[in-house]
Design a protein around this ligand. Structure first.
Ligand code: TYD
Length: 223
């Protein structure tokens, strides 16, 4: 459950690799900063010093030592636990808007559906790691895996593919379906957008929904 004792607002952006998520995180953060609010932009994995070490372990180039799916799930959960304790909860307690590039749903999609671990088990692991903290809004940037792979190929600023990006088209198709399933399960707390639309169009829709959320939070006077 969202922790209503925390006065801040928690927004997660999710989507496949190549969905344009990082651009949308940046555009949303720039917009929110312009409204005078405190905005904390962060990411998983790698939102803390420990997380950056975990990131290097889990996202090494393909071809290195095999990482067992359960070990992988635990490493992402460890990153998340540290991230929530050190960055997200303190910022929400101060009343900030926290915008995170990936959160719990990435584990459900990549380790659950992708690696074929039981999604409900991965969900319990993440719930434990976060002590139950869920976003007020999760934006899913939806793109089919073929388009996403082509986008990644065109992006010359990228180093080579990491272990997860290098997974099969079928893996990325399962990841996509899981994000969409999670959104269908709880539509009031999700916004699914076609990530192939122009970035400014996507950004305007994200801004609109976040504005509604911030208006509602203010109106309800969340303590
Ligand atoms: P991301 O930081 O979005 O990639 P990049 O900065 O290289 O564009 O995500 C890193 C990868 O980690 C991505 O392939 C998804 C994966 N991931 C998981 O498999 N499980 C998780 O719980 C998280 C947070 C990320």
């Amino acid at each position: 459950m969202t922790d209503t004792a925390l006065p801040g607002t928690f927004v997660a952006l999710e989507g496949g690799d190549g969905s344009g998520k990082s651009t949308q995180v940046r555009l949303l953060a720039e917009h929110l900063a312009g409204t005078g609010r405190e905005v904390v932009v962060t990411r998983e994995p790698g939102g803390t010093e420990l997380g950056r070490e975990v990131r290097a372990l889990v996202l090494a180039a393909p071809g290195g030592p095999a990482l067992d799916p359960r070990a992988e799930a635990l490493l992402f959960a460890a990153d998340r636990a540290q991230h929530v304790a050190q960055v997200v909860r303190p910022a929400l307690a101060r009343g900030a808007v926290v915008v995170t590039d990936r959160y719990v749903d990435s584990s459900l999609a990549y380790q659950g559906a992708g690696r074929a671990l039981a999604v409900d088990e991965v969900e319990r692991l993440s719930a434990w790691a976060t002590a139950g903290l869920l976003p007020d809004l999760t934006v899913v940037l939806d793109v089919d895996p073929a388009t996403a792979a082509a986008r990644r190929g065109r992006d010359t600023s990228r180093a080579g593919e990491d272990r997860l990006e290098a997974e099969s088209r079928a893996f990325h198709a399962r990841v996509r379906e899981q994000f969409l399933l999670l959104a269908r399960r709880d539509p009031a707390r999700y916004l699914v957008l076609d990530a192939t639309a122009p970035a400014d169009v996507v950004a305007a829709r994200v801004r609109g929904r976040v504005a509604e959320l911030l208006g509602a939070a203010t109106g309800a006077g969340r303590a």
